[in-house]
Design a protein around this ligand. Structure first.
Ligand SMILES: [Mn+2]
Length: 344
């Protein structure tokens, strides 16, 4: 839920601002991109000049999002990005809790002189923003941003297009309204957005409706050839090498959802997906129940995120990472047991 006093402070900073920069995290997901575009639409409707900036490109699966092609990508156009960051009177940090999440855009963002405002739902936010709307129990940044936009501009400020952008973030961050981060408030926000003309079916279709054959084959291959299930440790791993991804003509977004396939195996409480990317191995961690994958990712793989969904990375080879994960199986199993005992 959004505090009125935070909104008053947001409005005070926005009143004097002409140029606004909206930033979100590296490897941007639907919550990052959807909230950026939704906030830009609202602020432009109030007469502001707004630039959306991302460290790198979103998945092609988000190509349908209205305005996505106008986002300035730091890795493609650092000059233009730098200029927008430096010109901004107000800068928004959406869906991330620390500058480190900006990757290559970090230095440029840190040298910006405008006022930072944050809207985010990740634990342990850094204190660089002057004001923030932050709730780590909230299911998504999109859910919080609904409160911000409706609070500042009234519900009418969210038209059907903006509602679709926010709904995409809420739907994907909640695993289609499945995770226990979903609250009655989550559904109240969706209901309010339906009153504003939200076409929820169109958003589901755009995100889950169809997929390229290569992606489907990559998932099938990963499940058959690269999934390791350890029933005695209630854990499953799935990984992809650079060659695997090349074989199925990997495109950004193709591996989305693979970690949930591992988590979906009967009896599995912790799942890890690892894939080789250009300079590092990227990992996704998921759990059901009380085992904190955020703590695990933070401890072993320089990561972070949420209790049941986190990310991490390693400069080691995929082979070394997988061997390390297998070595950590007893620690994971002990953690699951301890968490269950604490819960009981
Ligand atoms: Mn999010």
């Amino acid at each position: 839920m959004v505090d009125v006093s935070d909104l008053v402070e947001f409005q005070r900073h926005l009143d004097g601002a002409h140029h606004i920069a909206i930033t979100s995290h590296r490897s941007p997901d639907a919550d990052a991109v959807g909230t950026s575009l939704a906030l830009a639409r609202y602020l432009r409707s109030t007469g502001k000049e707004v630039t959306c900036l991302l460290p790198d490109a979103p998945d092609e699966a988000l190509d349908w999002m209205t305005g996505v092609n106008d986002i300035v990508l730091f890795d493609r156009d650092p000059g233009q990005a730098q200029e927008a960051l430096h010109r901004a009177d107000v800068l928004f940090a959406l869906d991330y809790n620390g500058m480190g999440r900006l990757g290559p855009m970090k230095d440029a963002a840190e040298s910006a002189t405008g006022t930072w405002l944050m809207v985010d739902h990740h634990m342990g936010p850094e204190d660089f923003p002057t004001a923030r709307v932050h709730d780590a129990r909230c299911s998504s940044t999109a859910e919080l941003l609904w409160g911000v936009i409706a609070g500042l501009g009234g519900k009418e400020a969210v038209d059907a297009t903006t509602a679709g952008l926010l709904y995409a973030g809420m739907m994907t961050d909640t695993g289609s309204f499945r995770f226990n981060s979903v609250s009655a408030e989550t559904h109240r926000v969706v209901a309010a957005m339906m009153d504003q003309g939200l076409n929820h079916t169109a958003v589901h279709e755009a995100i889950f409706g169809e997929q390229p054959m290569d992606r489907m084959k990559l998932h099938a291959f990963a499940v058959v050839e690269r999934m390791e299930v350890y029933p005695e440790f209630q854990t499953a791993f799935v990984h992809l090498t650079a060659e695997d991804m090349e074989r199925f003509h990997y495109r950004p977004g193709y591996t989305e959802g693979l970690v949930n396939k591992a988590l979906g195996v009967s009896g599995v409480k912790v799942a890890v997906f690892a894939k080789q990317s250009s300079d590092r191995v990227k990992m996704s961690f998921r759990s059901v129940g009380q085992f904190s994958v955020r703590d695990f990712a933070e401890k072993h793989f320089d990561g972070g995120g949420h209790h049941n969904a986190a990310g991490g990375a390693s400069k080691e080879s995929i082979g070394v990472v997988m061997a390390r994960l297998r070595g950590l199986l007893p620690e994971i199993a002990a953690g699951i047991t301890a968490a269950e005992e604490a819960d009981a």
